[in-house]
Design a protein around this ligand. Structure first.
Ligand SMILES: Nc1nc2c(ncn2[C@@H]2O[C@H](COP(=O)(O)OP(=O)(O)OP(=O)(O)O)[C@@H](O)[C@H]2O)c(=O)[nH]1
Length: 823
């Protein structure tokens, strides 16, 4: 339990001068009253904001912070003064590049720890690491675009986490709540047991002057009121009774909601039949909220809300939904540990109870940043117990011990010092002691009550616990980099080190023969931003080469077994093999980003019981892993591209010389053995791999022929499917009832005047242009570079596409030579 100042909102009677006419009943004034209250784990929400690029994540987050009282004025993405997009590059480009974490209070005593993630596909690693530490998500959708490609991707990535959907930009011409809800159902819920529940739906009004309806607020399906906002006063919400049109839609939505919930919730069935006497209108708001919470935490329903964050519409109900319907850290999924035999369960006070030991504090480092003033800072999620400043901490991923420095609670660009971080919290570690002792993906263990209580933990069980690390997608593009002068070499290397520490989806490869250094990343924009940061923030005086595809090599045959032996009975043997073989007798350690693994056969001489050396087994294994990464980076025999999809198998009878200084010795030996093994493997056992992308295109039907010809001819694409795009306005004859018979969810129809402009535009065009097709294909990355301008010319600017990494595929023989010639 801890104390913190907490937001509380008040309901006051509407005063004169309200911009609203009609049956005015109340105005909510948000963010005015801050008070102090005590709260506990059940009142914490760890959420991630995820969506396609530009859906409005940052704009919505900014409004949340304002209503929570964290901000005094509302910042804007377009003017570059938002709190969560605080990097210079984010502000100048108007996009989110890195996840920003912020903690804020909401209503009586809730704490929301929020991570705003980037929408651009190149920064997908930021989303992956945020998803690792959050308990649930808010998915933001653009009401005009519906479910977009990156929404599908992040939905899949966050599959098992409870979610709320916020249909944003309802103020835009062409916004369709009806279509977006159905798109969500069709793409994510059809054939599953998950169903949507509409918490609110759009409310339109005709202004006194003008004939078109304007989006003004929402109809609250739980409480049967309309909530409207006016632009002049972002704090005020006007609450009205429903007019006859809205009442009919409300009744149908509420009935549909109750039917959905009662399919799963016996308690609600009882309340409906007994207390409400089978009358939908008598089902209490309290029972509905309790049922939605229960089912949303179980991922059986997805609450859906709408609004227009930019116009400050619908954000407070979204905040309410977050605390009402999303899980607390003790209702969320348990973290996955490396040892499945260790019991883990939730305890209302300490979070995860690991191995039934109430004193263990476990934290996971999910992000490292370098602050020019404070130095290295590490973001951690605390899963169990409490992390106290000054505690001795054990890094079970590296086997190192260190003392904790200052602890902070993050507030995007700023942060607030605290003495303790408790289970469920997201915090920041700072200070000189963490400089070289923590990396992204490490697990930290400490004693919740004693400063130096590690000795009381079971060494083989509790001190070897690790939270499964974050998986990093392989880079697909690279750019060569060199210092402008030789004297700048060291500073370039330091700057690159900082960059890679902060973003593990960037990597460096060095060609030992040519001396070339290549910076690899997830896409053109990713590398663009990395270059910018190197030059402007980290002041590296460097030059860059052309952007190139990150090819890899792999081997098709196991190498010879290479052995190092000395007179002191010191023996160490290994071989390198393709990943295909099963090795169930080995402990497996992933090696960086190229799908490579270290396999350690069970060591009969030095198993856990007998390991008596000063150096811990973990640090020896870490040294072996580091040298494996270097050895495989040296590359294959075709063109020195880093090796991908390989395993290095260490024979079980390895030992260490008595005179060993430390892990350094083993580093050298491992690396030399790997290089020898790879050198001895004939060239015809090496294969070139290239990144292959999933391409998704939306184009007018009239252009399908030329686009397909280009794709299958010049671009060597493999077409997977061609489908009609579902059109929200013209092609859906029954707009209100879901097409899935098992899932008859009522979705209110759209007000036609808000859609007429685009419908009008469509009618004016050739009908073939109105009909759009979705083409899905697999295509080598090399063939899709600069596709934007080609598609523009093939489709007269009407086509859109999205590419996403699929896999590394073997290069066909006819392409191999042309790729090698290009290098
Ligand atoms: N009309 C309208 N525009 C909006 C709304 N919300 C956001 N926008 C605009 O949409 C654009 C993108 O908004 P952001 O908040 O940056 O979107 P994002 O999802 O955070 O973008 P990335 O993080 O870069 O993926 C900006 O120009 C916003 O002003 C809305 O409710 N209505």
């Amino acid at each position: 339990m801890w104390k913190q100042s907490v937001y509380r909102w008040t309901r006051v009677r509407a005063g004169a001068g309200s911009a609203c006419s009609g049956r005015l009943s109340a105005i909510w004034l948000g963010r005015k009253n801050l008070s102090t209250a005590t709260f506990s784990l059940p009142k914490v929400r760890n959420i991630g904001i995820i969506a396609h690029i530009d859906a409005g994540k940052t704009t919505t987050t900014e409004r949340m912070l304002y209503y929570a009282g964290v901000l005094k004025h509302i910042g804007d993405v377009d003017t570059g003064d938002t709190m969560t997009d605080f990097l210079e590059q984010e502000r100048s480009r108007g996009i989110t590049i890195q996840s920003a974490a912020i903690s804020f209070p909401w209503r009586d005593s809730f704490t929301v720890n929020l991570i705003d993630t980037p929408g651009h596909i190149d920064f997908t690693f930021e989303v992956i690491r945020a998803l690792k530490v959050i308990d649930s998500c808010v998915v933001i959708l653009d009401a005009v675009a519906g479910v977009e490609a990156q929404t599908e991707k992040v939905w899949k990535q966050s599959q098992s986490k409870p979610k709320i959907c916020f249909i944003n930009k309802m103020d835009r011409m062409g916004a369709s709540f009806n279509h977006t809800v159905k798109d969500l159902m069709r793409k994510f819920m059809q054939g599953t047991t998950t169903k949507p529940v509409l918490i609110n739906f759009p409310y339109y009004r005709k202004p006194l002057t003008g004939s078109d309806y304007v989006f003004q607020g929402v109809i609250d399906v739980i409480n049967g009121k309309s909530l409207t906002w006016n632009q002049e006063d972002p704090d005020a919400i006007v609450i009205n009774d429903l007019d006859s049109d809205s009442l009919e839609q409300y009744n149908r939505c509420r009935e549909s909601m109750i039917e959905t919930l009662t399919e799963y919730d016996e308690e609600l069935v009882q309340h409906f039949l007994e207390d409400a006497e089978g009358d939908y209108s008598k089902v209490s708001a309290q029972s509905l909220n309790a049922s939605i919470r229960k089912l949303s935490v179980q991922n059986k329903v997805v609450p859906i809300l709408c609004g227009a964050s930019f116009k400050n519409i619908g954000v407070q109900p979204l905040l309410d939904a977050i605390v009402n319907y999303l899980p607390s850290p003790i209702e969320a999924q348990l973290p996955q540990l490396n040892d499945e035999n260790i019991p883990v369960k939730y305890d209302p006070k300490i979070g995860c109870l690991v191995n039934n030991n109430k004193n263990i504090c476990i934290a996971f480092a999910f992000k490292v940043i370098t602050d020019p003033i404070r130095g290295k800072q590490v973001f951690v999620r605390i899963y169990s117990g409490t992390l106290n400043s000054g505690n001795t901490v054990y890094n079970s991923s590296t086997g190192e011990k260190f003392k904790l420095g200052k602890l902070l609670v993050p507030h995007a660009g700023t942060s607030q010092p605290v003495n303790v971080l408790s289970a469920g919290q997201i915090g920041l570690l700072t200070g000189s002691t963490i400089e070289n002792s923590i990396s992204t993906g490490d697990t930290l263990i400490t004693h919740s009550l004693k400063k130096d209580g590690l000795k009381s933990f079971n060494k083989k069980k509790e001190l070897t616990l690790k939270i499964n690390p974050i998986s990093i997608p392989p880079p697909v593009f690279g750019v060569s980099i060199e210092p402008r002068t030789l004297s700048n070499k060291k500073s370039m290397e330091n700057a690159l080190d900082t960059l890679i520490t902060e973003d593990s989806s960037l990597s460096i490869t060095k060609n030992e023969e040519t001396g070339q250094t290549v910076l690899n990343g997830m896409g053109e924009l990713h590398l663009e931003i990395a270059k910018d940061r190197l030059i402007n923030d980290l002041k590296a005086d460097v030059e860059f080469g052309q952007l190139m595809v990150s090819y890899k090599e792999t081997i098709t045959l196991e190498t010879n077994l290479e052995t190092f032996e000395n007179d002191n009975d010191y023996k160490f043997s290994l071989s390198v093999m393709p990943n295909t073989a099963t090795n169930s007798d080995c402990a497996t350690y992933p090696l960086g980003i190229n799908n490579n693994y270290l396999l350690m056969e069970k060591n009969t001489k030095y198993d856990d019981n007998e390991w008596k050396l000063q150096v811990s087994l973990e640090s020896i294994i870490n040294s072996i892993m580091a040298s494996c990464i270097v050895g495989l980076q040296r590359g294959g025999k075709l063109a020195n591209f880093p090796l991908y999809g390989c395993s290095i198998k260490i024979k079980g009878d390895w030992t260490l010389p008595l005179d060993i200084e430390g892990p350094q010795e083993i580093l050298k030996i491992t690396r030399n053995l790997i290089l020898k093994a790879l050198d001895d493997l004939p060239t015809n056992n090496y294969t070139l791999l290239e990144p292959v992308m999933d391409l998704s295109l939306i184009i007018p039907q009239s252009d399908v022929g030329v686009v397909l010809q280009d794709l299958t001819g010049a671009r060597k694409a493999q077409i997977l499917s061609i489908e009609d795009e579902s059109c929200p306005i013209s092609s859906d004859p029954s707009p209100n009832i879901s097409t899935d018979n098992h899932n008859r969810i009522y979705v209110p129809p759209d007000i036609s005047s808000t859609l007429h402009t685009i419908t009008g535009k469509k009618n004016a065009r050739d009908t073939n242009i109105n009909l759009k097709k979705i083409i899905k294909a697999k295509v080598p990355l090399r063939e899709i570079i600069a596709y934007t301008s080609k598609l523009r010319s093939l489709s007269q600017g009407r086509g859109e596409f999205n590419v996403e990494y699929n896999d590394m595929d073997k290069v066909t023989n006819d392409r191999l030579q042309s790729i090698l010639n290009d290098l």
